[in-house]
Design a protein around this ligand. Structure first.
Ligand SMILES: [Zn+2]
Length: 88
């Protein structure tokens, strides 16, 4: 992984208007290494070791689907109403 993902470290260099701190206390700079190695919000895999291979990183991302991902777009009023009525 090269660090080109919507994380704080990337925002710091390319999107300064976006947040750079992680959501875990004490809100450190959200770097790739922080997420993969020490973030308190991530669920660890069976051995709780940071992922090393591409397969392990893929499993890590599946387990923690919020990491290295863009937030979902906000729902508009029609979609919220449909969801409330169970039509989504
Ligand atoms: Zn964190």
């Amino acid at each position: 992984m090269v660090g080109h993902a919507p994380i704080g470290e990337y925002h710091l260099h390319f999107c300064p208007e976006e947040p750079i701190a992680c959501w875990c206390p004490p809100q450190p700079l959200q770097t790739r290494d922080h997420i993969l190695q020490v973030c308190l919000r991530v669920q660890c895999t069976e051995d709780c070791e940071p992922p090393f291979s591409q397969i392990e990183v893929l499993g890590f991302c599946k387990l923690n689907d919020w990491v290295f991902a863009f937030p979902p777009p906000p729902m508009d009023g029609n979609l919220i109403e449909q969801a409330e009525w169970g039509h989504l």
